[in-house]
Design a protein around this ligand. Sequence first.
Ligand SMILES: C[S@@+](CC[C@H](N)C(=O)[O-])C[C@H]1O[C@@H](n2cnc3c(N)ncnc32)[C@H](O)[C@@H]1O
Length: 342
Amino acid sequence: MRGHSTLYRGPVQAVYGDWPSPDLIVSDGAYGVGGFPGDPRTPERLERWYAEHIVAWSNRAHPATTLWFWNTEIGWATVHPLLAREGWEYVQTILWDKGIGHIAGNVNGETIRRLPTVTEVCVFYRRRLMFTTRDGPVSACHWLRSEWRRTGLPLYRANEACGVKNAATRKYLTQDWLWYFPPAEMMDRLVAYANVQGDPDGRPYYSMDGKRPVTAAEWARLRHPWHHEHALTNVWAHPPLNGAERYRGNGRRVAPRVHNPGKNARAHLNQKPLEFMRRIVKLASNEGDTVWEPFGGLCTASVAAVEAGRNAFAAEPDPYFSSLAERRLAGRFVCDELPSRM
Ligand SMILES: C[S@@+](CC[C@H](N)C(=O)[O-])C[C@H]1O[C@@H](n2cnc3c(N)ncnc32)[C@H](O)[C@@H]1O
C-alpha cells in the first residue's frame, strides 16, 4: 500500500517541530558549490549552513533513527565533526560512481592537475547510543559488560544465560571490535538471568530507568531497521541522470521569475536517481515508518518512500521545484524511470 506524503512549500526550519519523529532522514541539502539559491559557494561555510538543521534532527530523532547524508567528499568531511558532536555515529560511506561519462570530453587533466571527480557520497549515520551509569554516560558495548560485572557473575555464565557455547562472551560482552548488538531475544535472556542469578543487592540490572530491567521490546526499539539486500555493496554505479528519468523544463513552468528552464534544460540540477532512494528506504525503514526529506528539490526520496508504503515529510521553498515535486508525489507528473541497478 502507498504511504502518505506531506510537502511543505517553504523552508524546512518552520516545520521540523510539526513533523512526527523521523525513522529515517535523507538529507540532500547544500553542497558548497553554489548549486541553488542559498547554497554557499565554498564548502567552508557548510557547517554554518547545516548547524540549525542538524540540531533539529538530533532533537527530533529517536534512538533508532538513521541519517543518510548526501554531499561531495569535502562537503561531508566539513560537516562530519558537527554531526558527530550532535550525537550522530558514523556507520559507512556509500560512493556514487557516476562513471567516465560524467566528465567525457569536459575535463583536461593536464590543466586541472588532478584526477577528474566522478563521485558523490551518501554517508550513513545512526544515533550514538549512550547509557547512564554511576560513572557517567557509557556506550552500549561498555554498558552490557559493566552491568554484567555488577551482577558479580563470572563472564562465562552469560553463555549459559543465552544458551550458547561461547558466543555471548565473544559477541555481547567483549570490548573489542567483535562486539555485536545483542538481538532482542538474546538480550531478554541475558537480562532475565542477570536479574535472577545476580547479586540481589545490585538489582535491577540492565535498567534504562533505574527502576526495572529493560524489556525485549524496548531493546528492539533501540536498533534501526535493516533489510539487507544480497550483493549490494557501498559502491553504487549509476550515470548522472539523463534520459527518461530526468525531469526537464517542458513548458510546465510555475514560477518563471524563480526558474525558467528551457524546454530541454534539466528542471533541477541535483535530482537524484530514484533507484538510490529506493535502496535507502528499503534497507533502513519499515512499512509505515516516517521518512524526512528536509531539502526536497524534486522530492526523489519521498517518491521512493511513498511507493514503498512509508510516510514522507518533505520541504522545498522554491515554488517551481515544489510544484514539480507535488505533481510527482501525486503521480501526476510521471516520466519513465531508468531500469534498476547498473
Ligand atoms: C540538492 S537539492 C535536492 C534534490 C533532491 N534530492 C532531488 O532528488 O530532487 C536541495 C534542495 O534544497 C532546497 N532547500 C534549500 N534550503 C532549504 C530549506 N531551508 N528548506 C528546505 N529546502 C531547502 C533547495 O531549493 C534545493 O531544491
